[in-house]
Design a binder for this molecule. Structure first.
Ligand code: ADP
Length: 257
């Protein structure tokens, strides 16, 4: 527990530092990007050397913007209010958005809890959790594969409307059958700036952000991974209500691809 508190404090101060730098840097990048766009308009697209240089400037500035927006999120500058929201709805909406970035070689399957899964959270934060975990799963499957997303409530038995057992949690599971990871990578997974991806692809902030969001919400995240077989992330979040839930006999399965 002590180690966890120290880790949280370390993440917190790193987050504040990163957030401050990112904010100022983001403004500078906006100027660079804006000027490069103006210049491109003024000079026109002649396919010459200058145009190529300009497009490199724009691409790098765009990449910088992606980085700083990740940093800002990591620093949790996004302080929108928490709302009570059904995890099933978040997953359904996000999978629509995710079908393009994951590409045609990857199948995305969802198994939604037949009952609603109310959690109290910032919608954007929940989207970020899903986005980061699904994109990581995609990156772990360069030759294609399957991503399974499941929602549930721990301890909920099948049957008609029933009160929830005490200590129930909302559960979100994301599983891939990709490369998996070594014990060394698994140990460092949630560290800010830890990445095994090429410099222009990874920031190492995705899972640190997910970790921070989940911890702030009073939840936990665990990972189970086998090299060559795949990885499962399991997130538990406190339920927003302990009301009885209706449990229809057939689970809803959704298969967008
Ligand atoms: P990034 O995606 O920018 O590298 P993350 O914090 O999201 O940063 O992930 C850190 C590292 O954890 C990744 O570089 C990768 O090595 C490993 N990782 C994360 N998710 C998975 C996964 N589903 N399968 C295999 N490795 C993963």
């Amino acid at each position: 527990a002590e180690e966890r508190a120290a880790r949280a404090a370390r993440l917190e101060s790193l987050g504040q530092l990163a957030g401050g730098v990112a904010h100022d840097f983001n403004n500078l990048l906006a100027i660079i990007l804006n000027s490069a766009e103006l210049l491109a308009d003024e000079t026109g697209d002649q396919g010459d050397q200058a145009a190529q240089d300009l497009s490199r400037i724009r691409a790098a500035a765009e990449r910088g913007r992606e980085l700083t927006s990740q940093l800002l999120l990591f620093a949790k500058r996004d302080t929108r209010e928490a709302e009570t929201i059904d995890l099933n709805t978040v997953v359904t909406d996000a999978t629509d958005l995710l079908s393009r970035p994951i590409g045609p070689t990857i199948t995305l399957r969802c198994q939604l809890c037949p009952a609603t899964v109310p959690v109290s959270a910032n919608r954007g934060h929940l989207d970020q959790i899903l986005l980061n975990l699904v994109i990581n799963a995609r990156d772990a499957m360069p030759h294609g594969g399957t991503i399974d997303i499941e929602t549930g409530i721990t301890g909920l038995a099948e049957g008609p409307a029933q009160p929830l057992p005490a200590g129930s949690y909302a559960q979100l599971t994301i599983r891939d059958n990709g490369t998996g990871m070594s014990a060394e990578v698994k140990d460092r997974l949630f560290e800010p700036f830890f990445t095994t991806k090429p410099e222009d692809q990874g920031t190492g902030l995705g899972l640190a952000t997910v970790y921070g969001i989940v911890a702030d919400a009073g939840g936990t995240i665990t990972v189970d991974s086998t090299p060559g077989a795949g990885t499962t992330f399991r997130i538990l979040l406190p339920l927003a209500t302990q009301q009885p839930h209706t449990f229809p006999s057939q689970p809803r399965t959704q298969q967008p691809h």
